[in-house]
Design a protein around this ligand. Structure first.
Ligand code: AMP
Length: 418
């Protein structure tokens, strides 16, 4: 997400999803027209006007809903989330996020005849505008994981493996369309827009599979009798195979992209210079802020992960790169640039929470040097087992400093006789 390629990839996928939304909205109207054509009924100018009106009405409703959401919804939701977050209860915040998401989705379908899925998408769009969006996203992360699992379970249940034997050639053709045709179109377009070979490779690889939206569209087609059952099986089969092959596609295209990069590097032959150390600082409270000041003085490149809203605002206003959210989330960690970092300071006060943060950082970047904060021997052990390089126990350090100072003040005799 932090590279140009990543942004292009995600942007492309989002635009595809939005195009799907238009398809979902217009499909019922299209079915209406088609039925008449298939039944041999002459479509009069009047009926065409009807159909045109129906399309205009559908699009009008979507536009009205979008307008209301983006103008009023945004303010109301932002206000509501702030009110709730200031009550200080995580559970309440989580409930509020869920209630907003489901409420907007329901309102979309109840009052605007818009699908629940599209309503939920708008709920997400307006919540993304709030400064609390990262926190809201974190609260829904467990749900997202649960839904992702459910998604794959349902795909597995819907899939009829016999299609592999019954219809191997159409299935191969389907997979070919997804892997080859889509890739060719992407690569062609990217080249047309003058993108580098590396970017082209990544984006192309990311598009060589289809996912849940294709099932929704196929499901609608089935429901309206536009699509035979067999075609639905082919789409499911094609999706499963393309998703399974996705890592392979990435590996292949990565190699193609890397080759281009290596050639470029030789051509440029830039003078080598030791790259500056990059630091991720987790927590900007009493401990973290002191480390931050030291990093400022050293003119180090660093980003902060902090989940307290006031601190995030403070950091934002002083121009420090800050990611709002819980460091336990992989998404937050990646946005903070953990993969490129050399050093991480974990200053969160709860050593066990810190353990999970260290563990995650290690999996995302095995080479990173990790410094962590602890308060008890149990926490020190815990952090060590998760791979922290240096663990500083607050209480131990305080005691050491006191004893060291006391040695100068308290007569030796008393200390040694104790
Ligand atoms: P202090 O104990 O004063 O050094 O403050 C610790 C800081 O770490 C606070 O500002 C918390 O908001 C922050 N913090 C605690 N846990 C997390 C976490 N899991 N992710 C991000 N920030 C955190």
């Amino acid at each position: 997400m932090q590279t140009e390629r990543g942004k292009l990839t995600v942007g492309w996928l989002v635009v595809e999803d939005l195009a799907m939304v238009v398809a979902m909205v217009l499909l019922p109207t299209w079915v209406h027209i088609r039925t008449q054509v298939v039944n041999g009924e002459a479509i009069s100018v009047l009926q065409m006007q009807d159909a045109g009106l129906a399309v205009a009405l559908t699009l009008g409703k979507v536009a009205l809903f979008a307008l209301i959401m983006l103008l009023a919804g945004k303010r109301v939701v932002s206000w509501l989330l702030h009110r709730v977050v200031h009550m200080g209860s995580r559970e309440l915040f989580r409930l509020a996020v869920l209630a907003i998401a489901l409420g907007v989705a329901y309102a979309a379908s109840a009052f605007f005849d818009i699908s629940v899925a599209l309503g939920a998408l708008f709920a997400g769009l307006i919540m993304a505008e709030s400064e609390l969006s990262q926190q809201a996203a974190n609260e829904t992360l467990p749900l997202r994981d649960a839904f992702a699992v459910l998604f794959f379970v349902s795909v597995g249940m819907l899939f009829d493996p016999m299609i592999l034997l019954r219809n191997p050639w159409p299935l191969i053709a389907t997979v070919g369309i997804i892997l080859v045709l889509r890739s060719l179109i992407s690569a062609g377009l990217l080249k047309l827009f003058g993108q580098s070979r590396e970017t082209t490779a990544t984006v192309t690889a990311s598009r060589a599979q289809i996912g849940e939206f294709s099932f929704i569209l196929a499901g609608l087609g089935l429901q309206f009798g536009l699509l035979p059952e067999e075609a639905n099986d082919l789409i499911l089969g094609g999706a499963i195979i393309s998703i399974v092959l996705s890592p392979l596609m990435f590996a292949i295209f990565d190699r193609i992209g890397k080759k281009a990069q290596a050639v470029g590097a030789v051509r440029l032959a830039a003078p080598t210079q030791a790259p500056p150390k990059r630091v991720v600082l987790v927590g900007y409270g009493r401990v973290g802020s002191l480390i931050g000041k030291a990093l400022d003085e050293a003119q180090a490149t660093y980003s902060v992960i902090e989940d307290r809203e006031d601190l995030v605002e403070l950091l934002n206003s002083s121009g420090v790169a800050v990611i709002a959210g819980n460091a336990i989330s992989q998404d937050t960690m990646e946005r903070a640039g953990i993969a490129q970092a050399d050093v991480m300071f974990v200053t969160v006060p709860n050593g066990f929470e810190a353990g999970r943060i260290v563990e995650l950082a290690r999996t995302l970047n095995p080479k990173i040097k990790v410094y962590a904060r602890a308060h008890s021997d149990a926490e020190v052990e815990h952090l060590r087992s998760f791979g922290a390089d240096l663990i500083v126990s607050g209480e131990q350090e305080i005691a050491d400093a006191m004893i060291e100072n006391a040695a100068a003040v308290i007569p030796r005799r008393i200390v040694s006789s104790a």
